[in-house]
Design a protein. Sequence first.
Length: 378
Amino acid sequence: MSLGLYVHIPFCSAICNYCNFNRGLFDAAQKERYVPALRAEIARAGDGSAADTIYFGGGTPSLLEPAEVAAVIEACARGWALAPDAEITLEVNPETITRERLAGFRAAGVNRLSLGVQSFHDTELRRLGRLHSAARAEEAFQDARAEGFQNISLDLMMWLPQQTVADWLDSVEALTALGPDHASLYLLEIYPNAPLRDEMARARWSVAADEDAAEMYLSGLDRMDRAGYMQYEICNVARPGRASRHNLKYWTDGEWLGFGCGAHSTRGGVRWKNRSATDEYISAVASGGQTAIEYRRLEGEDRLEEALFMGLRLNAGLDVPALKSRYGVDVWDRHGGELQPFVEAGLLIYDGRSLRMTRPGMLLANEVMAVFIRSTVR
Ligand code: SF4
């Protein structure tokens, strides 16, 4: 299977109050040092093998100049045998782009955009500390279409502070009215030290009850079904042929190389992670030192557990005979006793070949997947 190449861009124009990604405030001088470091790391790693996706994630990759994106793509194309139809995705925040910049990204080789919209309600966007408005997000989408982007994904988040089921469905309607090719619908998870927690306490905002969160998830996906999208993963839907080729590598036991600070890679049964701090990463590249700091060899049971966790996220689920031939374990023989109650409750389906979660099962994915951890630990 061809490799995926991930490029991390750790800069943001402002820090959102719920975010715990590896990112920092945009610093033009640091960016000037970061992009050459990325190119150098990519040039060193290139071994000529086949790759068919490049994914610029962040952070806010659309803060790069189109010429910088072009230079990174060129470095990838020099280092690997990049498929002529490679999927090249750029994550974009609506406030960072203009028609001219979009044209530049397209000329650089980007052929897929992932637009971080999050909500089509300005009050919700403000509560999250986002810089764009709903109108700006719509305009950014239309501009991208006008510049010829035929593969655009939009992100939305549900279970936001003060959000009702009706508010959420308004955003879903606004999304379907635009007609993107792909959409990701996430539940907001507020991590323990998130500044948003303090703001919620000060402003006395709350999130909807768990049952409403479940309703948001199920009814949001139902609207997407009716608008002609196909769910293929817990949080992701797409028009036919528009599932994210890059992200599918994570969920189907694929291999990918990550470049830039904090980027993860998995290849040949080994997983590693780059230094997280941007300056440390730049210095490591400049001195010819190690950019990776954590290496872990995934041995038999670890690899199997990983494949189970990732594969079960997909609507297609796990191919039990294929896993048996790859890992020598019949997942149903080993876990069937514990999984049977989930099957009886309508959360899981096993047809003798594939093992997959139903949509209500996806809401309880952690509970279903806990079976694999308990069994592996034992
Ligand atoms: S723009 Fe994205 S990466 Fe940057 S702070 Fe906000 S959520 Fe985090």
